[in-house]
Design a protein around this ligand. Structure first.
Ligand code: UT7
Length: 330
């Protein structure tokens, strides 16, 4: 009987993104850091990153991305009753940065909170918002990934400081009911999340309110994170695709977390996905943590690569370790 009932899914009504004004090349960075364009390009694929100025914060970038996503959806802040914002670099320890965005877009009711899953944050936020929409807790959601990660970098540590940038990306989700005979329904078709706290010391910040009382700086064992990333990402992508009967040939675009072009290549190779199906923005934005997946998504939507009806796989892995993936028909 249930096979014949219409199914309500969360659909992406619009996307948006925002970047700080200042764009810094590898060459400019190598004036102050003991590194080179050659090393960064070869090891990571990164060419540029945007670095927030004093007036640009996680909430201002998030608000700009949210406004762009609302415009794309033809909606205003008053149409939204849920904000889930993923960040590891909130404006303040509390209240949630989501509440600042809520006030800035003129949304006076509903629910607004942050989630912390670092680079996987957007996948976590998307999954939470999707669940809340489908269980009737809200009707339309803004899901945002926003970071000013360069504020927590140790500029003396060339192994991390060249890798990250600032930015924000957002999507507006609404509920849509598909008929059971619709063989290509829109929306979020599957999500899968994971965490393994045994590896919390591979990528972490060495401070915090309840430990040092300071904000702290990013620390990473890059090589080990790399190794886990390729294995975990290939595995979680299979976990979302296989139950839907999907193979690599069915996927139009992979929109991955943008940490390192070599991780993207290795993961695509493991799954037999041609590299031309992978959206790559790491060269332009570096690793923007929770912002990277929605930033890449919005970039590819706006430049015309991703079209309505395309089948997407989103994926990310980050500190925790945390990782996740989603299948979405855009
Ligand atoms: O977003 C969350 C997920 N994060 C990631 O996915 C990051 C995963 N890890 C990585 O992307 C890579 O491990 C890195 C890009 C961070 C590093 O690449 P690697 O090939 O693992 O290099 P390495 O850390 O093993 O360092 C190799 C060499 C070292 O020199 P020696 O000891 O071989 O002489 C480093 O000191 O490269 C040196 N090095 C640098 N040289 C120039 C490290 N950083 C730099 C630098 N410029 N910025």
């Amino acid at each position: 009987m249930s096979d014949h009932l219409p199914v309500a899914r969360s659909v992406i009504l619009g996307t948006g993104s925002a970047l700080p004004a200042r764009r810094v090349s590898n060459a400019e960075l190598s004036e102050t850091v003991d590194t080179s364009d050659e090393w960064i390009t070869e090891r990571t694929g990164i060419k540029f990153r945007h670095i927030a100025g004093p007036d640009e914060t996680t909430s201002t970038l998030a608000t700009d991305a949210a406004r762009a996503a609302l415009d794309a959806a033809g909606l205003t802040g008053g149409d939204i009753d849920l904000i889930v914002l993923a960040t590891a670099t909130p404006d303040n320890t509390f209240p949630a940065t989501a509440t600042k965005v809520q006030a800035a877009i003129g949304m006076t009711g509903g629910i607004a909170f942050d989630v912390a899953a670092v680079c996987s944050g957007f996948l976590y936020a998307l999954s939470v918002a999707d669940s809340m929409l489908r269980t009737g807790m809200a009707k339309r959601a803004l899901v945002i990934g926003a970071e000013t990660f360069t504020r927590i970098l140790d500029w003396e540590d060339r192994g991390t400081c060249v890798l990250f940038g600032d930015g924000a990306g957002a999507v507006v989700l609404g509920l849509e009911t598909a008929q059971p005979d619709d063989d290509a329904p829109r929306g979020i078709l599957a999500t899968q999340l994971h965490a393994d706290g045994r590896h919390h010391d591979l990528l972490y910040v060495d401070g915090g309110p309840s430990t040092t009382g300071t904000v702290g700086k990013v620390r990473m064992k890059g090589r080990e994170v790399f190794r886990h990333a390729v294995v975990n990402l290939a595995e979680v992508m299979e976990q979302v695709m296989v139950p839907l009967g999907l193979t690599s040939a069915d996927i139009d675009w992979v929109v991955p977390h943008q940490a390192n072009a070599r991780i993207l290549d290795a993961t695509a190779r493991k799954l037999g996905l041609p590299p031309e199906k992978v959206v790559i923005t790491v060269d332009q934005h570096a690793n923007t943590s929770a912002a990277s997946v929605p930033l890449a998504l919005d970039t590819a939507v706006r430049d015309g690569r991703i079209k309505r009806g395309d089948l997407l796989v989103l994926e990310a892995m980050g500190g925790g370790l945390t990782w996740g993936a989603a299948v979405v028909r855009y």
